[in-house]
Design a protein around this ligand. Sequence first.
Ligand code: ADP
Length: 490
Amino acid sequence: MENKTKEFDFLENKNELLNAIIEFSEDAIISKTLQGIITSWNPAAIKLFGYTEAETVGKHISLIIPSDRKEEEDFIIGQVSSGNKIDHFETVRQHKDGTKIPISLSISPIRNKDGKIIGASKIARDITERNELTEKQAILVAIVDSSDDTILSKTLEGIITSWNKAAERMFGYSEEETKGKHITLIIPYERLAEENFIISEIKKGNKVAHFKTERVAKDGTLVPISLSISPIVDSYGKIIGASKIARNISVEQANIAEKERLYEQAKNLSDKKDEFISLASHELKTPLTSINGYLQILNRMIHDEKAQQFLNKSQKQVKNLIDLIGDLLDISKIEAGKLTIANDKFNICEVINDAMELIVNSNPDYEISIQSDVKELFISGDAHRIQQVVLNLLTNAIRYASDSKKIIVSLQKNGNEVKIGIRDFGIGIAKDKQENIFSRYYRVDNTNAYISGLGIGLFLAKEIINRHNGMIWVESDYGKGSVFWFTIPI
Ligand code: ADP
């Protein structure tokens, strides 16, 4: 304390005080004669222009004036000679290394004790940072102005402090109409509580992102928006307000509503179609069952060989039709969640053999063999449904392999599951189609245009296997054949 007072006493001398100010000033302070000869050069000038005092004192000031600004010196000297001051004259000077420095100059005349002007003192402030900041601000203003989103700021009390062009378009109020007003101007009455929530989050320093809400425009219409709000922090780190970005999401919402409408429409149509298929299948099944019955009676009555042959063919076709209608009815049941699966213990080997026998009987020219070491394996589930799957896979193996008469069935016990495979040597399925073939109504169009079908067999098979907690998949080489695999837990 005592030391400080002493120092101060020492500086009481006016000249000393001035010297100290010049020495420690952050601005460059230079003096020169009316002829432009530099007479003093402070440490800040050394820092700003790169020349030492020894390099400048006695030299002409044009040392630091860029060649295209030499005439400025005549103007300055002219003003100073007439006793005028120049304040905050923004110009450019040159560093020792040639770089140009934007500066703000203040120049005053220096008078001798008789009041005669003998020179000039210059204070030069580097305004590079300020210029950069102004430039940055200009860029930000341009961005905010050209944004399609509303950008506004408000104090923590909710008073609007800025309002961009997009906000004018979105809400119909001009900047003058909103600046200084409370933000509740655009908040619908029933949503006023949202503002308390937003401000409380902002006060905690939190951001609120993509908050979907509604605001009210000047003409009373509600604007659906997505709001993102961030705290505004001053240079001391204190939260002083909030910046809001609001995006109009009416188009987005209209699109979602339209999608929902189309989805509902498609679902309704699909439900109607399922309903129709279910009804039609029921209606078709009754007369077909009678036809089947009459054909069986006829079979017993007719003994003519040719007529017997035709009768057998008719019975086979009727059976195909009954199976098809059965499949269609099952699809309706799946859609309605009404496909029931029994849970009995049964011998899977027997089910596979029975299915093979049925297929061989109606396709005597096919060679269907089984590869298995297992003769008996009991699993839980629905024997009838599993047989339906195997019959389906065997029928496909015949239908999609017109040039080959060979089918290999395999059955293995793999840990705690049974794995069954049905291999054909037919047309095969291209890799990119393999994933789709288990979808409802899907058919590989380019390979089987000549084979009729509805694309429901594999969909049904998958549903039945899934309901047994098993898996079904295909391994296929296009043009060489396929193996359809399925597993069922034991
Ligand atoms: P559908 O045979 O009535 O068309 P599926 O659901 O049984 O219906 O089969 C779906 C599609 O999968 C078939 O249209 C066919 O393109 C293909 N596919 C099924 N099994 C085979 C197979 N063994 N070989 C080649 N393609 C097959």
